[in-house]
Design a binder for this molecule. Sequence first.
Ligand SMILES: C[S@@+](CC[C@H](N)C(=O)[O-])C[C@H]1O[C@@H](n2cnc3c(N)ncnc32)[C@H](O)[C@@H]1O
Length: 349
Amino acid sequence: MDEQNPKRERRVRYKGTHPKAFKEKYKELQPEQYADDVEKVKQQGRTPAGMHRSICVNEIMEFLQIVPGQTGMDATLGYGGHSLEMLKCLVPGGRLFATDVDPFELPRTQERLQALGFGPDILFVRQMNFSHIDKIAEEAGPLNFVLADLGVSSMQIDNPDRGFSFKIKGPLDLRLNPKSGKSAADLLKKISYDHLEELFAVYSDEPYSELIARAITSKIKQGKKIETTTQLQETIAETLQYLSEDSRKEETKKACQRCFQALRIEVNNEFGVLEDFLEKLPFALAPGGRVAILSFHSGEDRRVKKSFQNFFREGIYSEVASDPIRPTTEESNTNPRARSAKLRWAIKA
Ligand SMILES: C[S@@+](CC[C@H](N)C(=O)[O-])C[C@H]1O[C@@H](n2cnc3c(N)ncnc32)[C@H](O)[C@@H]1O
């Protein structure tokens, strides 16, 4: 290879119309260059690879009533879809503090928003857990608005290396921040039957919690490995093999969804950090400050509702949502991930 004409690395080629491997989906992973393809995927009710479609954007923006010059917080930056809408309303003179625990997606989103003109003068990105909202308020001052869009992003679910999906083989990780804490595979290595059964039953109402917890803990005791997403999926499928053929496939899929969700909640201490956040939240808000929380799990929604109502009774919030706002039928039809969303709001007295 001569110095003047160095051999160039070829990019992975997109093979056909239905790429199977995540990394081959490069049309969708470069949305700016392939806007038409991305739009086509969205029209089909799917989320393009490497992207996240923000939920209830209109409802959230209508409630938050953001005006130029305000200071606010997007507690769950993700792909930055909600942040982008907030930033547009904040110019000139406003500031958005955005947090996320994900060390991989966060810099990509920050770069994307910077390329759209929202640099460090208006957007303050912090890789931290939203349970430290008090630290954000210390730095930013009283917040005029806060948004938390709980759970995981489509980028996290779709990336096999993160271990969130039982449909693709990957390490059984399930951490929002894989650089800290314990992966789901490590959790399973030492967990007792009672603890695991309780996780499945309490976090996900798993009807087969006893059978599945027994199968997992017995396998591990015998020295067998459950270290990948597919090894866990296979263990659940073997356990439910006794079900009649008509229901087996669907029941196995639902049990996998519930068990993966329960493990994710546990490894990320999702309910614990949400409770910390809810406790500190009203004290981070300015008088009249508005907060919207989007949740996807009954355990989350219950906690949000209870906290809002308790602080309302104490006169700390002046108004709270009596019922959750749900995505429109149109949104749920075009984005299946929106179907379980519930949006609650509160206003600081
Ligand atoms: C549903 S996505 C947010 C999507 C975002 N609203 C958008 O429009 O692209 C949830 C994000 O919150 C992050 N997250 C979840 N729990 C968190 C926590 N306790 N602290 C900070 N970030 C968290 C996840 O890493 C993920 O990126």
